[in-house]
Design a protein around this ligand. Structure first.
Ligand SMILES: NC(=O)c1ccc[n+]([C@@H]2O[C@H](COP(=O)([O-])OP(=O)(O)OC[C@H]3O[C@@H](n4cnc5c(N)ncnc54)[C@H](OP(=O)(O)O)[C@@H]3O)[C@@H](O)[C@H]2O)c1
Length: 230
């Protein structure tokens, strides 16, 4: 299936890592930025690295989203609500928004090992409140470190998908499993994004304690090897 994935905040480490893995897997990816020239430069840099020039482009965030079937949010929580309000008119009805944002206190000058309280319960639930009816929201990729996405080696991490929408779950699961080594798991309702977002703060603590940069998550005891939906 030919689809376009726009990554909002795609010039950061998480967005660039996801873009590189998905372009390698044959997906069409638009890197979004507040600045079109920065987005285009990031796409050109990544194209040289992964040698997939026809599958990578860059655009200002609203323009990126306007052409997208799938939108991935990979920006600091400090800009989350403001940017979503700006993107709302550009998001296609039926589009799937996958939110990877973690409300880390670091995004407002606090500690990266703490999260902020979010009125809606989580960043992903805030997204669901701010998009138009007809836009489907899932939470995923919060616990996958950008560091682990560098290069093309298999990634030792589960990606837990939380959503209230069956199609959004299917697409988020499929995209997660385009990353070699990743197993996507059904994490239930969107409100469970509250847990996913908290776990990231714990993983950051572990990065500090163990002097690493890519602590991840594997859930044991599940009868799921490859695909969460099987
Ligand atoms: N890094 C990781 O390992 C990791 C892993 C899992 C989840 N996450 C979460 O994923 C999100 C992205 O992480 P990241 O490390 O890639 O973030 P980042 O580098 O801090 O930011 C990503 C991009 O967001 C844009 N941006 C920055 N401030 C903004 C604002 N106020 N409004 C709109 N756009 C803004 C910037 O792009 P432009 O200047 O080009 O617009 C920046 O390159 C965060 O919420 C983070 O907690 C990160």
């Amino acid at each position: 299936m030919s689809r376009t994935i726009a990554i909002v905040g795609g010039t950061g480490p998480l967005g660039m890592g996801l873009a590189s893995r998905w372009a390698r897997a044959g997906e069409n990816v638009v890197i979004g930025s507040r600045d079109a020239a920065r987005a285009q430069a990031a796409a050109a840099e990544l194209s040289r690295e992964v040698n997939r020039p026809s599958q990578l482009s860059g655009a200002e965030n609203s323009a990126a989203v306007a052409s997208a079937d799938v939108v991935v949010l990979a920006l600091p929580f400090a800009g989350h609500a403001t940017l979503l309000k700006q993107l709302k008119p550009a998001l296609r009805s039926g589009a799937i928004v996958i939110d990877a944002t973690v409300p880390l206190a670091a995004s407002v000058g606090g500690r990266a090992t703490r999260t902020l309280g979010v009125w809606q319960g989580s960043a992903a639930e805030e997204t669901a409140e701010l998009v138009s009816e007809g836009v489907r929201v899932a939470a995923a990729f919060q616990n996958l470190s950008a560091e682990s996405l560098q290069g093309d080696a298999p990634v030792d991490c589960d990606v837990i998908v939380c959503t209230d929408d069956a199609h959004a779950r299917e697409v988020a699961t499929e995209l997660a499993e385009k990353i070699p080594g990743v197993r996507a798991l059904n994490g239930g309702a969107l409100e469970n994004a509250r847990v996913l977002e908290q776990i990231t703060a714990l993983l950051i603590t572990m990065n500090v304690k163990y002097h690493v940069h890519a602590a991840g998550l594997r859930i044991t005891g599940l009868p799921v090897q490859e695909h969460a939906l099987k």
